[in-house]
Structures are given as structure tokens and as C-alpha cells.
Design a protein around this ligand. Structure first.
Ligand code: BJW
Length: 227
């Protein structure tokens, strides 16, 4: 039987597309406090500042292009005979633009808005601001980026665990392993005797838990893995 593959990606896979990571030197968390921009409390305190942070990232994403690593994973999803589950922590759309047919965005998507009042989700066309009203319920000032902040439940988590437990191989690409629950996937895969492989620029926090770790840029490592 053909092996099932579960792939987890993080900010490192988009780094060579010019999208900033969080915890690398010069990364986003050295420029802004995560408590201010990536928590529900930060948004309540200063929604305009949080909108400005995500609007700037949405605008710079328009100039970014998928790289060889995104394209290799799209090829794997299309051509591999077995199941390939692609879960990303990234809120960019570079996997989709590279041609990936199915992507689970466990931390949400920059291109979408979420109404804090009625829960409606919509395409975020242009900048979000406190002046906008929700198209579904009409509440003014209720829109936020549809992303998962600290203290919130990642999306589709039960489906993710089900797919992880069904896999024969867990591959972690471009993530520091600092943020749960994704950081715990390697330990859970190991306890279920699923083979584990890390592809990352440098050893992640959980590197010793992987059966195998290859270190280098994603645009080199991922195409080699897929070939
Ligand atoms: C390259 C490269 C190249 C560079 N090639 N590689 C104590 C213990 C355990 C847990 C907790 C705890 N206290 C609190 C928690 C929970 C908390 C948490 O994990 N906190 C930690 C800080 C400890 N987690 C949560 O609150 C989560 N929710 C939750 O737990 O709900 C309860 C629950 C219970 C049971 C089951 C399930 C859930 C929610 C977390 C939400 C995270 N949100 C963010 C922001 C999203 C929106 C946005 O983008 O702004 O998600 S934070 C940020 O970190 C973002 C990322 O997706 C996430 C992970 O970052 P990532 O992708 O790993 O990036 P970096 O920068 O850290 O690493 C990049 C890596 O790439 C590096 O290793 C580089 O070397 C490498 N790299 N260039 C290859 N070219």
C-alpha cells in the first residue's frame, strides 16, 4: 500500500519568497510585541494598530511569489499516488498560488475577514479598518482578520489530528516548533510510530524528536525530498 504523507509548513517555507518569519533575527516579533498584535486582548486594546499590522502584511504579500518549495509540494499533492495532507500555519496564500489543490490553514488566512459579532467570514478586499461594517449582520467596527491568535483554538484541529494519526510519514517544514499545538505534532506522531522528518534551515526546538532532520533552505530541501 502507498504511504500517506502529512506535511506541516511554517513561516520558513515562505521566507525565500520575501515573507517575514516571526522568530528569526529581524523577524516580526523583533519589530512588534506579539501581545499587542497577535492576541484577542491586543486587538481589544488597539484595533487600529492590529489592522495596520495585518494590512501592511496583506499589501506586501501581493508582491510575493510562490517559490520552488511551494511548487514542489503542489507537485507532490497532484502526482503522488497516496494521500498527501498539507497543513500550514501560514496565513499567506502561496501554497494555493503554487497550485496546491487542498490546504488546511490552521492559523487562518490573511485574505479573509471574520466578524467578531456574528462570526461571518468574507474575502478581505483591500484594507480592514474599524470603520467597516460586516456585510452579513451590519455591525460597524466588528471586522477582524480571520487569523488565529494566542489563546484561540486553531482551525480544523480535530480533522488535523485525525489525518496526522492516519499518516505513515510526518514532514515538518520551516517551523521553529515554538507554538502549540503544531509544535506537539512530532511527539504525537512518534508515539503513534509514524516516521518523522524535519526540513528546516536550522535545528528547530523539537529537532531531537525527529527520526531524521535535514537542514538548509526550503527551496533546496523540499524539491529534493519530493523528487
Ligand atoms: C527556514 C528558512 C528557509 C527560516 N528554509 N526554513 C505553554 C505550553 C504549551 C502551550 C502553551 C503554553 N502557553 C500558551 C500555550 C498555547 C499557545 C502557545 O503555543 N504558546 C507558546 C508561545 C508557548 N498556543 C496557542 O494559544 C494556540 N492555541 C491553542 O493552544 O489553543 C488550545 C488548544 C488546545 C488543545 C488542542 C489545540 C488547541 C494558538 C496559536 C496561534 C499562533 N498564532 C500565530 C499568529 C497567526 C497570525 C499571524 O500570522 O500573524 O501564528 S503566532 C505565529 O507563530 C504564527 C505562526 O503560524 C506561528 C508559528 O511560527 P513558525 O511558522 O514556526 O515561524 P517561526 O518564525 O517561529 O520559525 C520559522 C522557522 O523557519 C525557523 O526555525 C527558521 O530557522 C526556519 N527558516 N528561513 C527553511 N529559507
Amino acid at each position: 500500500m502507498t504511504a500517506s504523507i502529512f506535511v506541516l509548513t511554517g513561516a520558513g517555507i515562505s521566507a525565500e519568497s520575501g515573507v517575514a518569519t516571526f522568530r528569526d533575527v529581524g523577524g516580526l516579533w523583533s519589530q512588534v510585541r506579539l501581545e499587542d498584535v497577535a492576541t484577542p486582548e491586543g486587538f481589544l486594546r488597539d484595533p487600529a494598530a492590529v489592522h495596520a499590522f495585518y494590512n501592511a502584511r496583506r499589501a506586501s504579500l501581493r508582491d510575493a511569489e510562490p517559490n520552488a518549495a511551494h511548487r514542489a509540494l503542489a507537485r507532490l499533492q497532484r502526482d503522488y499516488a497516496g494521500d498527501v495532507t498539507l497543513v500550514t500555519q501560514n496565513i499567506d496564500d502561496l501554497h494555493e498560488r503554487a497550485g496546491s489543490p487542498a490546504v488546511i490553514h490552521m492559523h487562518g488566512e490573511l485574505s479573509r475577514s471574520l466578524c467578531g459579532h456574528c462570526g461571518a467570514k468574507a474575502e478581505a478586499v483591500g484594507d480592514l479598518s474599524t470603520a467597516l461594517a460586516c456585510a452579513a449582520c451590519g455591525t460597524a467596527g466588528s471586522l477582524r482578520p480571520d487569523v488565529v491568535w494566542f489563546g484561540e483554538m486553531p482551525y480544523r484541529i480535530n480533522e488535523i489530528y485525525d489525518r496526522l494519526m492516519d499518516a505513515d510519514l510526518f514532514v515538518s517544514i520551516g517551523t521553529s516548533g515554538a507554538v502549540y499545538p503544531a509544535a506537539g505534532f512530532v511527539a504525537e506522531a512518534r508515539s503513534a510510530r509514524i516516521r518523522t522528518l524535519e526540513l528546516n534551515l536550522e535545528p528547530s526546538e523539537g529537532t531531537s524528536l525527529f527520526d531524521e532532520a535535514r537542514h538548509g533552505p526550503a527551496t533546496k530541501l523540499v524539491p529534493t525530498f519530493v523528487a
